[in-house]
Write a protein that binds this ligand. Sequence first.
Ligand SMILES: [Fe+2]
Ligand SMILES: [Fe+2]
Length: 175
Amino acid sequence: MSVTGTIRTTARRAQNAMTPATYAQGDMDILTKLKKEHRELQLLLDELVNTESAATRRTLLRKIKAALVPHSRAEEKVVYDAVIALKDKEAEQDGKEGYLEHHLADKTLAALGEAGASSVEFAAAAKVLRELLKHHIREEESNIWSDVKDNFSDEEREQMNRDFEAAKKKVKIPQ
Ligand SMILES: [Fe+2]
Ligand SMILES: [Fe+2]
């Protein structure tokens, strides 16, 4: 993190230390929530790649869309936008890279929706989506998470989790 980033973090932590605790006990850190959802998604993607049944593929695709689309949109709004707003060049790049990878995941989801569930195209797109998200999640959990850990207090991260949950509820899942 840059020197300005460190100063900003220190100032923010000092401010938080002086603010009376108004947060509910047991609130989850945004990073704990994201990790939980990443693992759930990865299990669904493994199942999708490993099945040849058209009916199971359709069910899994529905579940993956319902999990992935709100996760991505809320993550962009609550996590990426906050990281981009830090005005730290590396953090900004991490956020932009995340947006681009989400866009590629959306395109691959759309390709899965268009392919017949018994087709070779479906099997190919399922593998691409799993690989893409494996890479994306690995980078997100190292780069973006360092940006979040370095710049936001425990309380701010709990608030981010609440904002993340609220943002997910507003997302419309594509058919
Ligand atoms: Fe994520
Ligand atoms: Fe993501």
